[in-house]
Design a protein around this ligand. Structure first.
Ligand SMILES: NC(=O)c1ccc[n+]([C@@H]2O[C@H](COP(=O)([O-])OP(=O)(O)OC[C@H]3O[C@@H](n4cnc5c(N)ncnc54)[C@H](OP(=O)(O)O)[C@@H]3O)[C@@H](O)[C@H]2O)c1
Length: 315
């Protein structure tokens, strides 16, 4: 394994580099987001993962700009900022991404825009991709990708005229990944295509940090369970997106470059896989599996009627 450091980044298919550790800001309240982003940048983080649905894009932009403004040697290109488009459809994606850009316009561009999930149907997914292609072309964003997409959704995109017309690559697929949800088939597929796998909820949303195997391995390396889970993902080649609004944990989650999990322990962690997902309640586990669009829509309608009607209305 290549030596991983706090400044390691991977080259995306777009040609742009992506830092391997990010601060995730889902559920970071808007009023603390600016400070937590600013603090993270002072610690050394260079990558922030937000989304329209997190309702804190503006505050992420403010935290980044505050940090940049304090030292002329700091450059916009030092930072990697991601957001995600939530609603599907050409017009609605164009409109909402423009709003996202307006919120951070002093950043001049967004590094990566992802389609937040696959929750619609083929037509709407392709239309959303078409909108994102145009944001690459006009310079709003440098790279585009997807999140919560399964193999079938990616294949559907690659086979489409929309994709072939421009050939703008899918740089990233961001999905839930940790030792309890290993998803080898999907990550092998992504590796084969050169698409970066981003591990969301790398700390299991803090629900499995007391697992006895994880705790025992943490003790052995004199690290915390959280550090072990982040490091496991990094050693599998993923970009990791731990979230915290607690200063001590911000520091802790970044201190994962001074040790390496040995092969046997790494395998022990991987063998914890039980297809367990914290985000099951959001339905994304269902979407990522090979279910049909009809099942998909029925699930959405059943579990998230408001979202379903919003999507069908706006599309
Ligand atoms: N694309 C998607 O659909 C999607 C879905 C989920 C997540 N994500 C991305 O992935 C990021 C992370 O996922 P997540 O927020 O679900 O969960 P996570 O990072 O797995 O866990 C976050 C939880 O762990 C706690 N925590 C953080 N560091 C800790 C540490 N060192 N020791 C103990 N507890 C710790 C946090 O508490 P405090 O904050 O209170 O410290 C919070 O409760 C999100 O912020 C988002 O950027 C994307």
């Amino acid at each position: 394994m290549t030596q991983l450091t706090a400044t390691t980044s991977y080259k995306q298919l777009s040609g742009y580099e992506i830092p391997i550790i990010a601060l995730g800001v889902w559920q970071a309240p808007a009023d603390v987001t600016r400070k937590v982003v600013y603090d993270a940048l002072n610690i050394g983080y260079r990558h922030i993962d937000s989304a329209q649905a997190y309702r804190n894009e503006k505050e992420v932009g403010e935290g980044i700009l505050q940090w940049l403004s304090e030292d002329p040697s700091r450059k916009r290109s030092d930072i990697f900022y991601t957001t995600k488009v939530f609603l599907h459809g050409y017009e609605v994606a164009k409109d909402t991404v423009k709003e996202s850009f307006e919120k951070v316009k002093d950043l001049e561009y967004i590094d990566l825009i992802l389609i937040h999930n696959a929750r619609s149907n083929k037509k709407l997914r392709l239309e959303t991709w078409k909108a994102l292609q145009e944001f690459v072309e006009d310079g709003t964003t440098r790279s585009i990708g997807v999140s919560n997409w399964g193999i079938k959704h990616l294949d559907e995109l690659f086979d489409s005229d929309v994709y072939k017309a421009k050939n703008i690559p899918v740089s990233v697929n961001q999905v839930e990944l940790h030792p309890f949800l290993v998803r080898s088939q999907l990550t092998d597929y992504l590796a084969e295509k050169g698409i970066i796998a981003e591990a969301y909820s790398p700390l299991t949303h803090a629900l499995r940090l007391d697992d006895e195997t994880v705790v025992a391995i943490a003790k052995k390396y004199n690290k915390s369970p959280a550090q072990i889970l982040i490091r496991w993902g990094l050693q599998r080649g993923f970009v990791s997106l731990p979230k915290t609004v607690t200063h001590s944990r911000l520091v802790e989650n970044y201190e994962v470059f001074d040790f390496e999990i040995g092969k046997e322990d790494q395998e022990k962690l991987t063998s914890l896989d039980e297809n367990w997902t914290f985000s099951k309640r959001f339905g994304d586990q269902l979407y990522i599996n090979d279910i049909t669009d009809e099942q998909y829509e029925a699930q959405l309608n059943e579990n998230f009627p408001e979202l379903y009607s919003l999507l069908t209305k706006k599309a």
